[in-house]
Design a protein around this ligand. Structure first.
Ligand code: 5GP
Ligand code: ZN
Length: 113
């Protein structure tokens, strides 16, 4: 499959790895929007939130567990941070491999839409 994040997970494209385990990979966003901007992705390819099912949804809970752990390690847990995923064109999704942005290190704009 021609997927950028699958290639990053496979090590075919370099990335600044922050965390890895059996089911999840996390790396620094190439174009950071905040002092801390990490992408947390499932190793198994899922296109977007639209592809989450009863069979594969456990990894989403695990991704939030990893987000909380990384927020502590990266020193943003106390001041606060955002975990967000974009789904589809209207949300501005550009890479169609499910990913969660972990953003922090500054006061983030409060814009829901
Ligand atoms: P989206 O807009 O789909 O929610 O987020 C995609 C994110 O992937 C963007 O924040 C973008 O900067 C990041 N990104 C795109 N290509 C690469 C890449 O090759 N390496 C890394 N580390 N991040 C990337
Ligand atoms: Zn993929």
């Amino acid at each position: 499959m021609d997927c950028l994040f699958c290639k990053i997970i496979a090590g075919e494209i370099p990335s600044a790895k922050v965390y890895e385990d059996e089911t999840v990979y996390a790396f620094k966003d190439i174009n950071p929007m905040a002092p801390v901007h990490v992408l947390i992705v499932p190793k198994n390819h899922i296109d977007s939130v639209n592809g989450i099912t009863a069979e594969n949804s456990a990894v989403v809970a695990h991704i939030y567990e990893v987000a909380a752990k990384l927020a502590k390690e990266l020193g943003i847990a106390e001041d606060g941070y955002r975990v967000v995923t974009n789904c589809g064109a209207n949300a501005g999704q550009t890479v169609f491999h499910l990913h969660f942005h972990l953003l922090g290190g500054k006061a983030l704009k409060v814009e829901m839409c």
